[in-house]
Ligand binder design. Structure first.
Ligand code: ATP
Length: 436
């Protein structure tokens, strides 16, 4: 059994994110803007690390996946063919009592705001952001902000395949911004109108689709565990047939136990040959594969694991948040995997004495090319350790007067708080060994 979600955890993490510079409400000096968020000095590092962790496992460590960075602005043709112009809607209801609007499938029969059950019939609300490309704002210049990155992988399928000479099974991976005019946004960066998504479109011979679906569902589940999600906070939920998106033959969500309950973290779908066939029919371009070994031409099926980078960061922060007691004082510690922590190392001169400064900067220069480092000289050393623990820095290096005498520094571990002396010239090796 998973622990019951801690109702105070959400507020603690949101507060820490704001105070320590992970995530700020966007345009806050104007009162904020409709649940948009800015990733601050620490957030930008942690989010990059989440994306890097995904890219490493999906692209770097595989010889059957290549990357892509497609345009965000796209013409209506793309979304007409993909079915999004007609199907990318959520059911919306109005509360007749307090006039709030809700997504019908998320609230049941009762308005969460005022408790009224006097709701309108659900109607389809279209989720894509529409704009105009160029100076003329007429129907001929309509463009859309992509609500997913996937379509770029489908429209570029033939170009990528020709350029790389990959044969199915092979995949195209992409990380980028996506935009959805969500009816309601809530729960911090869980659901926002602008977010970053990490998607793989994995093209397979149709007969192998089920096998690859299982492969990717399993691989993606393991990835979350590998980077620190607790096993009892992760589960798989298969979609019922009436829940499936218009393009999907089979979908499973990898769900995370958020403080408000289980919620989708990542979706894995078998998109069949729906998208490639739709774009081939609409564009007149062939989007198929000729297999020289069998002399057969076929349209590959597509298995798609899709994970919000920003939602993933939130899950990692929630999982990592911990409090313990040190010397009678409460300590907040983010037990982030070192690969996700904003800083891997903090270099901390024991005091502000000028003679320590030069040596500390030398130590910083030794470590900085290898790890993302913070350098902090403010407040007492104890306070500085706490501040680093709170943002998840796995290692602290303290430079003191002994350093100048014998060339050793103190290396402190965030989780065990043990401290050992290490010669400066062995620091990088020692850090690497500890990280494994
Ligand atoms: P929902 O039904 O909850 O609106 P969805 O099933 O339409 O979501 P997908 O299209 O499967 O979502 O999106 C893939 C992934 O992108 C999700 O698993 C989630 O991690 C992320 N994601 C989707 N919408 C948002 C959003 N509005 N804000 C942040 N992340 C999102």
């Amino acid at each position: 059994m998973a622990d019951a979600p801690d109702p105070t955890l959400y507020d603690k993490v949101v507060n820490l994110c704001k105070v320590r510079g992970f995530v700020f409400p966007s345009a806050e000096i104007y009162g904020g803007f409709r649940s948009t968020y800015d990733y601050g000095p620490l957030g930008v590092l942690a989010l990059r690390n989440v994306k890097q962790a995904w890219w490493r496992s999906m692209v770097q460590l595989r010889d059957d996946v290549v990357g892509l960075d497609a345009a965000i602005l796209s013409p209506p043709d793309v979304w007409g063919a993909s079915g999004h112009l007609t199907n990318f809607t959520d059911p919306m209801v109005d509360c007749r009592s307090c006039k709030e609007r809700w997504r019908a499938d998320q609230i049941g029969d009762t308005c969460p705001n005022c408790g009224s059950t006097d709701l309108t019939e659900p109607r389809a609300f279209h989720l894509m952001f529409k704009t105009h490309a160029g100076p003329i704002e007429d129907e001929g210049h309509v463009a859309y902000l992509r609500p997913e990155t996937a379509q770029g992988m489908f429209t570029d399928f033939a170009s990528v395949q020709r350029a790389t000479r990959k044969r199915p099974p092979f995949g195209i991976a992409q990380i980028g911004k996506a935009f959805r005019n969500e009816i309601t946004t809530h729960n911090f960066i869980f659901r926002t109108r602008e977010f970053e998504v990490m998607e793989l479109e994995y093209f397979v011979p149709p007969a192998e689709a089920d096998q690859w679906f299982e492969h990717w569902l399993d691989a993606r589940f393991q990835w979350h565990l590998e980077y620190g999600i607790k096993p009892d906070h992760l589960r798989t939920r298969f979609h019922d047939p009436d829940e499936l998106s218009h393009y999907s033959a089979r979908t499973a969500d990898i769900e995370f136990l958020f403080p408000w309950g289980w919620g989708e973290l990542e979706g894995v779908a078998n998109r069949t040959d729906f998208d490639l066939k739709a774009h081939a029919a609409a564009s007149g371009e062939a989007l198929d594969y000729f297999d020289p070994s069998t002399n057969e031409r076929y349209v590959p099926y597509v298995i798609e694991p899709a994970l919000g980078a920003t939602r993933s960061l939130m899950a990692f922060l929630l999982s990592a948040y911990d409090e313990d007691e040190v010397g009678g004082e409460r300590r907040t510690v983010l037990r982030l995997d070192w690969r996700l922590a904003p800083y891997q190392v903090a270099v901390l001169p024991l005091s502000k004495k000028p003679e320590l400064e030069a040596t500390s900067r030398e130590v910083l220069a030794l470590v900085q090319p290898h790890f993302m480092c913070d350098y902090d000289t403010t407040q007492s050393i104890g306070r500085r350790y706490r501040r680093q623990d709170e943002v998840g820095t796995p290692f602290g290096i303290t430079v003191d007067h002994d350093t100048m005498r014998d060339g050793t520094v103190t290396l402190r571990d965030r989780d065990t708080m043990t401290q050992v002396r290490v010669p400066e010239d062995r620091l990088v090796d020692e850090l690497r060994a500890r990280i494994g």
